[in-house]
Design a protein around this ligand. Structure first.
Ligand code: TXA
Ligand code: MG
Length: 330
């Protein structure tokens, strides 16, 4: 460990901390790195020991593969086979909150541990420091969301420190992440696109841009996306969706200044976006869930939230937060 770690592992995003982060990653250490979606727990994707440390730090089951973050389309093409459709998606949405699941290329340098034995690879070109670090290393960076496996994702450096402070050498702090929910994951299978996880790019936006429909998850995707099992993003308390009333022992997660009977007596009320803006709600979602989690209410009631646009990703996360906890991952 080094100069930054003595007082706090959190360092503001500047040239010295970026240089340090690159050195640490090259040495096989773990660094928490912000992306536009959530903070990632980053390691050199080609270093098996470093990748193993990610799984250990999160308590993540080894059958749940990691996303590899790249510096550009050229690096993406080394990792996965990009057909014309994949290139089109990359042109329209990279850098950004879109992950493509591609057939693994023969030239792929990513360690097998990160792929969990699959013959496909999840590739993402984010904006900002994660991309910059992949460029400085000239290597892909494996990074899941920087939270304990199955729990609420981290959208701030402080949230990362709470979950993983003991495991990371450094946390790069770039403030709250602007998108707030993880990337949309699309599998490119020849001419067919399948949605594996709704996320920061609304499905409607993708379909409109490419003039082609995206299929929903088919049953095989339980195998293809092993991290997408029911329970995830779980707080310590039960979660009740589409609440039409709230009891005084419950916390209320609301949206759009709805008036929910009983809300004045709620243990705590957080409105994700009083003006009804889904982008703002996505941005606030995980921080709000973490605040409610530490507040001591016995249950979380969630007001109805529209399913359109980013609402699909928000409702997906909330549905997993409400799911029984026996099969949590990621
Ligand atoms: O926005 C994001 O995507 C963030 C930031 C840090 O980039 N990362 C993220 O990683 O959400 P993680 O590990 O929390 O979620 C990645 C999901 C998991 O559900 C995993 O199972 C799935 O992607 N995945 C990874 N490789 C896959 C593959 N080859 N096929 C299908 N699903 C895959
Ligand atoms: Mg995750």
């Amino acid at each position: 460990m080094n100069e930054v770690s003595e007082k706090s592992r959190i360092a503001p995003l500047d040239e010295p901390s970026m240089a340090l982060a690159a050195r640490l990653l090259n040495d096989g250490d773990l660094v928490a790195v912000p992306t536009e979606t959530v903070y990632g727990l980053a390691a050199d994707a080609t270093n098996g020991t470093a990748v193993a440390a990610i799984f250990a730090a999160k308590g993540r089951p080894s059958f749940n593969p990691l996303i590899s973050h790249v510096s550009g389309v050229a690096m993406a093409q080394e990792l996965g086979e990009m057909n014309a459709l994949a290139e089109r998606l990359a042109r329209d949405f990279w850098p950004g909150p879109l992950t493509l699941v591609l057939p693994k290329a023969n030239t792929c340098p990513v360690h097998d541990l990160a792929l969990a034995g699959l013959d496909t690879i999840a590739v993402r070109l984010p904006d900002g420091p994660m991309r910059e670090l992949a460029a400085r290393l000239d290597k892909p960076i494996a990074a899941p969301s920087a939270n304990l496996s199955g729990r609420i994702s981290a959208t701030s450096a402080q949230a990362v420190e709470k979950d993983l402070g003991k495991s990371v050498a450094l946390i790069l702090d770039n403030g709250p992440t602007p998108v707030g929910v993880e990337s949309t994951i699309i599998a490119v299978d020849g001419d067919t696109l399948r949605l594996l996880r709704p996320g920061g790019v609304p499905l409607e936006t993708i379909e409109e841009a490419i003039g082609q429909g995206v299929e929903g998850r088919d049953s095989q995707d339980q195998v293809r996306a092993p991290g997408m099992l029911a329970s995830h993003y779980a707080p310590d308390m039960p979660v009740r969706l589409n609440a039409r009333e709230v009891a005084s022992h419950e916390a209320l997660l609301s949206f759009g200044s709805q008036s929910i009977p009983g809300q004045d007596q709620a243990a705590i009320l957080i409105d994700l976006s009083p003006s009804g803006d889904l982008a703002e709600a996505a941005q606030n979602l995980f921080a709000a869930m973490r605040t409610i989690n530490t507040h001591g209410a016995s249950a979380m009631a969630v007001a109805p939230i529209p399913h359109t646009g980013l609402g699909a990703a928000i409702n997906d996360r909330l549905a997993r937060a409400a799911a029984p906890k026996d099969v949590g991952h990621g």
